[in-house]
Ligand binder design. Sequence first.
Ligand code: PRT
Ligand code: ZN
Length: 224
Amino acid sequence: MNKEGNIRIAIQKSGRLSEDSIALFKECGIKLEMGKGRLKSESSNFQAEFLFLRDDDIPGYVEDGVADLGIVGENVLVESEKDVIVSKKLGFSKCRLSIAIPREDPFEGPADLDGKSIATSYPKILGQYLSENNIEAQIHEISGSVEIAPSIGLADAVCDIVSSGSTLLSNGLKEVQKIFKSEAVLIANNNLSDHKKALLDKILFRINAVQKAQDNKYILDRKS
Ligand code: PRT
Ligand code: ZN
């Protein structure tokens, strides 16, 4: 267990969540230094220390209490099935998990997926969608390069993260069903001490202030 004192926050070391996660704490007035190759860093002006990890490891670290807080995409959190608290939706790294099929294949509705094989890195979220919709499809779990699965004959369809849609397009696929919406979230361990709860409250107060200021700026910009 983490020692009393600093609240320990796990953020992605490098990837699509990193920059916005660091920017968020900076905007909250919490200094953090990210040296090259560094895996841990203590804030010089707030009772916090940061762990830099792969995003997939963050829900487990927070559930175990190795980290008190973490920032991760909802897609990774839900797929991990870890038991943590979602303290705050953060509004960045927005994307969706969608089912896509070869552009030339017909599609009338989800029932067309019956009997098909679907390649994905998200077997649990996909499995949940298929069972809720009474679709009997085979899930083919692969860890990366999901989009090429249909063209190499590995699967009939894919279920993958989509943002702009250009990756699907360039692989000859079309998005036929959005199954899950995701954004970055701040997660917390279930059994924080009162001291750490108070630190979390301080952080949440500052995040809310930052988000409010951003919303106001957006309204002012639109008016001018
Ligand atoms: O190394 P580590 O394990 O920490 O990182 P990672 O490679 O697993 O994750 P990373 O950094 O790629 O993504 C982190 C999180 O960002 C994801 O879990 C999502 O919550 C979120 N996110 C937002 C995205 C995207 N947008 C996104 N576009 N994650 C991945 N993509 C990929 C997608 O897999 C596909 O290959 O981008 C491609 C699709 O993009 P479009 O714009 O062409 O549709
Ligand atoms: Zn990852």
